[in-house]
Design a protein around this ligand. Structure first.
Ligand SMILES: CCCCCC/C=C/C(=O)SCCNC(=O)CCNC(=O)[C@H](O)C(C)(C)COP(=O)(O)OP(=O)(O)OC[C@H]1O[C@@H](n2cnc3c(N)ncnc32)[C@H](O)[C@@H]1OP(=O)(O)O
Length: 392
């Protein structure tokens, strides 16, 4: 069941598979504080090693020897026979560590893996992102590698506010990602914000047919946009790198996993803007966090911290801002190696029975908003922002 990736890992790093069995023995031999600090690093190195490209036999022997020394202490098993070449090489490497203390071996293991990770990171980043990005997008940077399609909103100077063009490009990128050979798809933002939501200047571009026509075409765009998230067939992950506002928050209920930086906030100030909830949040939020918490966000515009959003189930996990990118992408690279068909099918099993309902909710929310956009409350709020009289 582990698939080809699992088989390769077992062949290269057989020691890693036994790590969980070794931990308690290791813990017995250390002071409590030192144990807690370095045990975590060691465990994370054991996970990281599975993601490395083949570092060559010499390094693999070093890793093996350090692992054995760190978990079992000095080599005291009988030396394999001369014809048992592989086991003899492993025994020699372990035995060469003599009486190196377990703690030092563990530290050396962590340092070695960390060195290997940074050199493999830099070799996999030979091409800068600008060279790898898919053509045809002006408001996004879309890249596909390591079985991950990453869609990055790219208007950092405008806090990644979503223009009509960006809505259309995100839909295009999602449709392409649903058919490409990536296993998972990630939406994230460039700069200090994840997204400040709908670009309020979208409302200033009134066609000759008048404001009703604008409200109608905006409702169609909104409905099509949210439909793409409802129908997206592969695991969809949000990497919320900073504050998120409005529609960038509401659609999170349609993602499969949401990772947030500790700097992220989640804000849906619809009443302040004379508007009403969209992105199926009128259904998904009460379901995720309960009606009382959902009402505080969707009716009263209560802004949540990342920790609060996680406690309420909107966010899967929060990472410290300083290590957010590293930790999230390490995690996602590991997930992207899981069998893609199994992941798609699991998503279908989890989500499909809700799809029809979600489409109906999306249609209804879009219809209500079409009316809201024509109200004085909404017009005044948008004008106040655009004339710099109000900010959130
Ligand atoms: C087809 C239609 C579908 C509609 C779907 C319904 C969607 C609903 C929503 O998403 S509601 C939420 C709408 N968003 C907002 O109301 C946020 C408005 N922005 C702000 O309040 C602030 O900009 C801020 C709190 C996000 C950030 O404040 P600050 O850190 O002080 O930065 P600036 O305000 O100086 O922003 C820098 C620059 O970006 C412009 N900008 C930011 N957000 C938006 C936005 N949502 N719309 C338009 N422009 C935005 C801001 O004006 C600045 O531009 P400037 O440098 O002055 O040219």
């Amino acid at each position: 069941m582990a698939g080809a990736a699992g088989r390769v890992v077992r062949r290269w790093y057989p020691h890693v598979l036994r790590s969980s069995l070794q931990v308690p023995a290791l813990q017995l031999h250390m002071s409590k504080t030192a144990m807690r600090a370095s045990q975590k690093d060691f465990e994370s190195a054991l996970s990281q090693v599975k993601l490395l490209k083949d570092p060559g036999n010499e390094v693999k022997l070093k890793l093996y020897a350090l692992y054995k020394q760190a978990t079992e202490g000095p080599c005291n098993t009988p030396k394999p026979g001369v014809f048992d070449l592989i086991n003899k090489a492993k025994w020699d490497a372990w035995n060469a560590l003599g009486s190196l203390p377990k703690e030092t071996a563990r530290q050396n293991y962590v340092d070695l893996v960390s060195g290997l990770s940074s050199s493999s990171d830099s070799s996999s980043q030979v091409k800068p992102e600008a060279d790898r990005k898919q053509p045809g997008y002006e408001t996004l940077v879309v890249t596909s590698e390591d079985s991950i399609t990453k869609i990055m909103m790219n208007r950092p100077a405008k806090k990644n506010a979503i223009t009509t063009q960006m809505y259309n490009e995100i839909m295009l990128a999602l449709k392409a990602a649903s058919k490409d050979d990536s296993a998972i798809t990630v939406l994230t933002g460039n700069g200090d914000y994840y997204s400040s939501g709908n670009d309020l200047s979208n409302f200033t571009d009134i066609p000759p047919e008048g404001i009703e026509e604008k409200a109608k075409s905006s409702a169609i765009l909104l409905r099509d946009f949210v439909d793409c998230f409802i129908d997206f067939p592969k695991p969809l992950i949000a990497a919320v790198n900073g504050p998120a506002v409005g529609i960038s928050v509401t659609i999170l209920g349609l993602f499969d996993t949401v990772y947030a930086s500790s700097r992220a906030t989640f804000h849906t100030p619809f009443s302040h803007l004379g508007q009403s909830p969209e992105g199926c949040s009128s259904y998904t939020f009460p379901k995720i966090m309960g009606p009382a918490k959902a009402a505080e966000m969707l009716i009263f515009g209560k802004k949540l911290t990342a920790a609060e959003a996680c406690a309420q189930g909107l966010v899967s996990e929060v990472f410290p801002d300083s290590t957010f990118q590293k930790e999230v992408w390490t995690r996602l690279k590991a997930y992207s190696k899981l069998p893609p068909n199994a992941m798609r099918i699991s998503k279908q099993v989890i989500r499909n029975r809700e799809k029809e309902k979600l489409h109906a909710i999306n249609a209804e929310e879009s219809r209500v908003l079409q009316e809201r956009w024509l109200s004085d409350e909404c017009t005044n709020a948008v004008m106040n922002f655009l004339t710099r009289k109000a900010k959130l």
